[in-house]
Design a binder for this molecule. Sequence first.
Ligand code: MSP
Length: 542
Amino acid sequence: MNKYYLTTPIYYVNDRPHIGHAYTTVVADALARYHRLRHDTTYFVTGTDENSQKNVQAMEKAGENDLAAYLERMAIAWYDTWRELGISFDNFIRTTEARHLAGVARFWKAVQASGDIYEGTYEGLYCTGCEAFKTETELIGDKCPLHPNKDLEHIKEKNYFFRLSAYREELLKLYAKGNNFVMPESRRHEIHNYVEDHLADVSISREAKSVPVGISVPGDLDQRIYVWFDALLNYMTAVGYGTDEAQFSTFWPADLHLVGKDIIKFHCALWPAMIMSAAKNDPLLRNADGSAKIPKQVHAHGFFTMDGVKISKSLGNAVDPREFIPNYGFDAVRYFLLREIPFGEDGDFSRERLASRYASDLGNTFGNLVNRAIAMSKKYFDGKVPPADITESSLPVNEQSVWDGKGGLDAIKSAVESAYAGNRCDVVLASIWDGVGDTRRSGLFQANKLIEETQPFKLVKEDPEAVGEILYALLESLRWYAWLMHPVMPNISVKIFEQLGLDARAELSKGWVQGLKWGGLTPGAVLGDPSPLFPRPESEGV
Ligand code: MSP
């Protein structure tokens, strides 16, 4: 059995989740659900990044002064939003938890024992928005381009440094093309160039007197660990590093870290170098051949923008994903986020696009298909799955069109599987909608086209047997689509199974490989009741 461990970034709690955060989290959830359907031992972690100055500033702005209470309230808000969006995380980690602190201390000591931590003085500009030091070349004017409305802090203080530059060669090897460590390719180039030309040692602590929060450096209470050094470690502490060696050994290394494009330097350079260093002194972090257990892949996505500007808490254009759930249901919101922009690229968020995709892709193209196929079968075949030769893999209907039922669905299934394997949920959905089919594409089973070209409602009088075959193939294709889209739209998928007269739980427990075999519907079995999957939204406004 394979294991599959994937993560989202952990989110700052200086505000509530917006559409951009929901995007990463929904992609991760779809991939986790896909792997569970494949019966992989899947573990999906998300959580909150709590030792950040940004959180303290937000608390003060809200007029509060109890940091622990603020962090807890906000962590719950994130947790609840994810649950409302159907996010099926296995573990939600907060970096103020004791289990995290235990792992951070263990890791720090391992890096220290490798001789990679030294004392020095840092002088430079710090952006609390990014929680990072900035060099002159990274600024536009005297501002951070990602946080133009925040002033940078000038800092000069004693810090601990991490010997990041010592890992340059090892990192460059890690970025070799075939490794797929950094995805997509454009980001691999970006990080490769950065490490080749600019990699320098980094400060990994701050003076306790100048930052209000942070985990203390083991053995030096005057220093706090730099928030990114602590935050990255959540990926390990969430699966037991420092508290549960057996669990850690089961899941580590992570198979996938999903991140936004703004945080790839931390994930693709600092993080693997930290592990390479600690591995020298911590056997839990080493493979049998002595190499470090580095995560398998970091896949970076682009930004949701609003009129071309990144959606962001600090820019004040945040959109709360929960706003759309009453009108469209969470499946449709998930569909929209994943379908709207090619994974890896930026794209604009618009309420009009959401409304139009809901009405056209979901309602007209897919919802109507489900309704028509089930209603016709019920009408012509006494409420039952029509009789058909289910061992038959092709479906010759007339001379102009030969609809290869099984072969045509297999082609869609293969496209969907390779898209899931490449974390491309946008391509998953595009491939399914190719199969639903409004535009003729050769080699695919296309449900809407099949109805249009064979007109079963007319053909039924002269050739009921052929109509039985056609409708069987249509219903069976719906069962396949329900499987293929389940990771993205779990509730809709369950409704489709139910309308097809299946017990959804029993169906899903077959697993992906058994479930996606031609002939899953039994001719003569009683169909469920059709009802609109995507009803008209109650309010036209959103
Ligand atoms: N706390 C750090 C991550 C630490 S991971 C060890 C952080 N938090 S964040 O809350 O600012 O951002 C979390 C993620 O949300 C990042 O991957 C970021 O790219 C993503 N997004 C924030 N705004 C976004 C959009 N407008 N669109 C898409 N994703 C965006 O960084």
